[in-house]
Structure formats: C-alpha cells, structure tokens
Design a protein around this ligand. Structure first.
Ligand SMILES: Cc1cc2nc3c(=O)[nH]c(=O)nc-3n(C[C@H](O)[C@H](O)[C@H](O)COP(=O)(O)OP(=O)(O)OC[C@H]3O[C@@H](n4cnc5c(N)ncnc54)[C@H](O)[C@@H]3O)c2cc1C
Length: 406
C-alpha cells in the first residue's frame, strides 16, 4: 500500500497506537490507552475540537456498561453529575396509552442510563487527554494513506508529517477512510428514514422519564436532560421521519416545527419551546465484513453503525473499545507485539457476535415498529403487553437497556 498523494518529507514520529478519528469513540480509546504505562498514542481528527463542539448538539444515552469505561478512564466522577439519570422508560405504539413501562424501582433503584450532551462527553475526555503526557491529539489533521511495513505501519498526514505505528485503529465513523483503505466490504442498508433532533424546553419537570413512541413514520423519542442554567426543564427529542426530503420537518418554519413536535408531545410536559436549532441525520445500517487488517483494527461506527432506535450505537462501540484496550494493555504489559495478528483475531472473534446480535435486534425493532399493517400492529401491541406481564421477560429488557448483557 502507498499514500494516495505526495506528502512533504519529514522524519517519522513513533507511536505505539495511532487512532484515526477523534469522535466519542476515538477519544474514549485515547483516554483508556493513556493510562497504560510506556504506551505512546496519537489521536487524529480531520476537524478541530471547536468545530465538533459548535456543530454537534446531540445527546447520547450512556448505559451502565459504558459508565464503567468512563470509570476505567477515571473521568466518571466528574462526568456523572452532568448526565441526567433515566429512571422511568415508557413505550407507546402511536396513539395507544403506555403499553410497557420500566421503573428504576424494579431494578433496586438503579438508573437505566444517563443522558449526556455530546459536548459534555467530548469536553471531559479532551480535558483528561490534555493531562496525559503519552497521548497526542492532532486536530485538525487528515490521513492521506498508509504504508505497511514488517513491524509497523507508516501513517501519512496532510500536514506532511509521517507517523510510525505498531497499530492503527480506525475510529473514523460510518464513512471510515481506514475501512475503505483496507478494502473491506460492508453490509449496507438505507432505512429511508431521517432523525431530526432538537432539544425541547417544557413547562413541567420530566421526572427522569424517557418516552419512546413508535409511529408508522418512525420512532419519536423524548429523553430527559438536566435543567439549564436558567432552570428551564429540558428534554432531547429524536423525531424520526421518512418520505421525500422536500416534505422534511427540516423544511418547516420554526413555529410549524414546534407545532408538529407539540402535536406528538405528551400533555404531561405542558407547553413546549424549541431550545436549539434542529439537526438532521440520515439513518442507515452499516456492518463491515471484517474488523481487522494488517496492524489495523476498526472500532465503533467504523465497524458497525446502527439505527438509533434503542440508543445503543455508541454503547456498542464502547464495548469494542473496552475489549481492544484490554488486549492492547495486556500485550504491552507482557512486552508482546500490540499489532500481532493473533491479538487482532481475538479482538474480532470476541466482538463480532455481540455486534451482530445488536444489529439484528435494532434492525428487527425498526422493521417491526415502522409498519402500519394491521396484523403486525395487533401482534406487536400484544407482544408489548405480554412483556409487561411477565417479570423475567421484563427484567431481561431492563438489564439490556442498562447495557449489562455485555
Ligand atoms: C440521532 C442519533 C442519536 C443517537 N443516539 C445515541 C444514543 O442515545 N446512544 C448511543 O449509544 N448511540 C447513539 N447514537 C449513535 C452514536 O452517535 C454513534 O454511534 C457515535 O457517534 C459514533 O462515534 P464514532 O466516534 O465511532 O464516530 P463519529 O462520531 O462519526 O466520529 C468519527 C470521527 O472521525 C473523524 N474522521 C473521519 N474521517 C477521518 C479521516 N480520514 N482522518 C481523520 N479523522 C477522520 C471525524 O471528523 C469524526 O470526528 C445516535 C446516533 C444518531 C444519528
């Protein structure tokens, strides 16, 4: 392999791990590897941190399992108060009353997860990295290509720098450059749906309630956030739509959009206002046929990007990161090669079944619920009511929502 463009000559800088992509997954992996003594890590992102903070107003539901990764990176203590715990999950099917409800009290009072502003997660991880001497963050910086050697990979950067790495990790998201470079085929499915997201200020407190309402056009999810500095009650909204772009919610005036949201918002929240500009994300499924190549591994969205219906995309990615970081740490401590084929094979073997199972569950949920055919509607409503009445089944779903099945 060779770089696709000519780069200025400069002496290579050596790193043990070079992470391509400084999104929420690349940053988390950098924080975990930064605590491994003697391991030098670089994290490269094509955009500046300020750009991400300015443009990403999304929130993420962080599961109990992912909170353990932040604990391992020693940032959970500072982070936890910024998240809003979810203590009540309600599931509706269009205009039905609540069909299924999960309460924290049923799982010894533990939160099902926490809703964080992506900006808060990013800032906490950046702050941690700034204090880690063996982690370099290079952003904005772009990868142009790689050159494979016997015991290293050369990483060619747009600035002209060349990095020498024992292992390259592709954490560069659903359109992964690293995956394309490795020529890895993907299973790709476009749902024909878009998620329009926005934070909503509402009159009455949300009482830590998350609502998932399955409408035929796609799920409508309301996730509890902490009050803002002015004491306004906030929730984040994921309003899924389908159909032609010219009829998109993004085309509505602010007032018409507010009204469309208000029409679907439960009355218990009182009056609502938009608390930030809308953003839109097309929804598709991507699963890489393999996660590894010579001295290279894919993690998180670069390996598998799923529909946000269950709020599990990043949580799944964090399970990859936890596994890969553990394997790298063990090898580094024992003085073994961190880019060895057997280490990478182990990573792939341990992560693929879990990812494949979650893809099947989310894909099934989208197909089952984005459907208005009468027999399907009757069956799924009966199914939800049945789960509500069978305690072990209910407990199973609650444990999964907490990310404890990993
Ligand atoms: C509407 C919506 C709601 C969601 N809600 C949840 C939720 O509640 N819970 C949950 O777990 N998940 C959720 N997800 C999924 C979650 O957002 C993603 O799984 C997560 O952002 C993936 O992070 P990542 O770091 O792998 O990829 P990305 O966030 O895509 O980051 C990739 C990074 O790589 C950089 N990059 C790309 N190419 C290059 C290159 N060539 N050189 C250098 N840098 C490069 C990019 O600039 C970017 O910073 C949601 C997704 C959507 C769309």
């Amino acid at each position: 392999m060779s770089a696709s463009k000519k780069t200025k000559k400069s002496p290579p800088q050596h790193y043990d791990v070079v992470i391509i992509g400084g999104g929420l997954s690349g940053l988390a992996l950098s924080c975990l590897l930064g605590s491994v003594r003697g391991l030098k890590t670089a994290c490269i992102d094509r955009e500046s941190p300020e750009h991400h903070l300015r443009t990403d107003s999304r929130t993420t539901a962080i599961s109990y399992g992912s909170s353990k990764i932040f604990e391992r990176a020693k940032i959970w203590k500072g982070l936890e108060p910024l998240g809003c715990p979810i203590r009540d999950i309600r599931i509706l099917d269009g205009d039905t009353p609540v069909l299924l409800q999960f309460l924290s009290d049923e799982v010894e009072g533990r939160a099902f997860g926490w809703i964080f502003a992506n900006a808060d997660l990013r800032k906490a991880m950046m702050q941690k990295m700034a204090g880690l001497k063996n982690v370099s963050h290079m952003a904005p910086e772009q990868v142009l290509g790689f050159e494979e050697g016997q015991d290293h990979v050369k990483v060619m950067l747009k600035s002209g720098k060349i990095l020498d790495a024992g292992l390259v990790v592709g954490a560069d998201g659903r359109g992964s450059f690293v995956r394309d470079w490795l020529d890895i085929p993907v299973r790709h499915w476009d749902y024909g749906q878009r998620a329009v997201i926005c934070n909503i200020a509402h009159e009455f407190p949300h009482e830590n309630r998350a609502v998932e309402n399955f409408w035929p056009e796609g799920p409508f999810a309301i996730l509890p956030m902490n009050d803002d500095e002015n004491g306004r009650h906030l929730s984040s909204l994921v309003f899924t739509e389908h159909g032609p772009k010219r009829r998109s919610l993004m085309r509505l005036s602010e007032e018409d959009f507010r009204q469309a949201v208000a029409d679907k918002f439960p009355a218990s929240y009182g009056r609502i206002e938009l608390a930030c500009p809308r953003q839109c994300y097309p929804l598709s499924l991507i699963h890489a046929a393999r996660y590894i190549g010579p001295r290279m591994a894919l993690v998180a969205d670069a390996a598998h990007a799923i529909h946000p219906v269950a709020g599990q995309g990043l949580n799944l990615g964090y399970r990859d990161i936890n596994e890969l970081a553990s394997l790298i740490e063990q090898a580094a401590v024992q003085g073994r090669d961190i880019g060895a084929p057997d280490l990478l094979q182990t990573y792939q073997r341990r992560r693929r079944p879990d990812n494949t199972a979650m893809i099947a569950v989310t894909d099934g949920l989208v197909r089952l619920f984005s459907n208005n055919i009468l027999p399907v509607r009757i069956l799924r409503r009966a199914g939800l009511k049945a789960v509500a009445k069978i305690p072990p089944a209910k407990r199973f779903f609650m444990e999964n929502a907490m990310g404890k099945a990993s």
